[in-house]
Design a protein around this ligand. Structure first.
Ligand code: GFB
Length: 317
């Protein structure tokens, strides 16, 4: 990105968007454009077209979306499909109309088939059945990837797409029904500690395997890709390492409430058994994740404590 550019971060208040804002602050002499959901509903096509016509950004990080964990995806499939389809369809078309220099679209690792060969390489997209618990969201994200490559082919738009693994970090959603596993367990262990309980319920069997990337690493990767990646296909972003949900829960227990006991509720779904990404392509470009998971959990818990006690935690209701 050249130094006098106008950069729009769509979804600037979310887990990823706020990390990108932190990463870009002061990094360039540029103008950062944002719009809250009240100021601009990205599902409203005319409003998005009008906003882009007025603001005319040079670069766009499209990291807005309706997101959530396994329970949210299972209980709100229509919302996840509609919202995410509308958001990327409107923003990509609006970006084309005002000739945006470059746009990065962010997907998710749930786009890959449920039983993909591990680690999952980019070419495995659409090579098998999707995971039922998040199929609607995955289909919306796959449509976004295909829209980026189609706009590049037909119109010559410089739209790139990145597929991050499971993310965590400051400003995550800690609502126990809608969140992902890592923030949910931080909150569960914390609330068990402060209420004097020594048992924490972990959903599923604990045998599912997941990869976790700190959101500040992802934000750094997004800026790196905006500066260095020019290809049509999507590119994976992750650590390339995974662990079981049981092992994750034990790390969070050790960090938050060492005396707690784990109880697995196997009536809850495990979801995809494993989805560790093949990150050899981005690593061959010279980018590598740098945050150790245990350190990342400790710093995220510190952030949680600061905001939980202040009562200003997203999803804390
Ligand atoms: O993070 P999570 O909700 O989403 O669940 P996915 C990961 C694993 O953690 C599942 C288990 O096996 C859950 O059963 N788990 C254990 C818990 N305890 C909990 C808990 O208290 N809360 C939650 N949420 N999980 C998501 C997709 O799949 O991956 C999203 O649904 C997105 O759309 C994201 O793609 C990256 O990793 O299964």
């Amino acid at each position: 990105m050249d130094h006098e550019s106008k950069i729009y971060v769509a979804g600037h208040r979310g887990l990823v968007g706020s990390a990108i804002m932190r990463r870009l602050a002061g990094a360039h002499r540029h103008e950062l454009l944002t719009a809250t959901r009240d100021e601009l509903d990205l599902r409203d096509q005319q409003a998005v077209f009008d906003w882009f016509e007025a603001e005319r950004p040079d670069y766009v990080y499209l990291v807005a979306g309706t997101v959530g964990g396994i329970m949210a995806n299972s209980t709100r499939p229509a919302e996840f499909l509609y919202d995410n389809l509308m958001i990327h369809a409107n923003v990509l078309e609006a970006a084309r109309r005002v000739d945006v220099t470059k746009l990065l679209y962010l997907g998710s690792s749930c786009i890959y088939p449920r039983l993909s060969h591990q680690p999952i390489a980019e070419h495995q997209l659409l090579q098998g059945q999707l995971e039922p618990t998040n199929e609607p969201y995955a289909l919306a994200k796959i449509a976004g990837i295909k829209m980026c490559s189609s706009y590049r082919t037909q119109y010559g738009c410089n739209f790139i797409s990145a597929m991050p693994t499971n993310l965590y970090g400051p400003n995550d959603n800690f609502d126990l029904q809608g969140s992902h596993v890592l923030p949910a367990l931080i909150r569960k262990f914390h609330e068990a500690k402060v209420t004097g309980s020594d048992e924490v319920v972990v959903w599923g069997t604990g045998s599912a395997l997941r990869e976790f990337l700190h959101v500040d690493d992802l934000a750094d990767a997004c800026v790196f890709l905006m500066d260095n990646y020019e290809e049509a296909g999507h590119i994976n972003v992750g650590t390339g390492d995974d662990l079981s949900i049981r092992a994750l829960a034990e790390i969070i227990r050790d960090t938050v409430h060492p005396d707690a006991q784990l109880r697995f509720d196997s009536s809850k779904p495990d979801g995809t058994p494993r989805k560790v990404l093949d990150v050899s392509r981005i690593e061959s470009m010279g980018w590598k994740a740098s945050t150790n998971l245990r350190d990342g959990i400790e710093s995220t818990y510190a952030w949680f404590l600061e905001h939980y006690d202040a009562g200003d935690l997203r999803g804390a209701a």
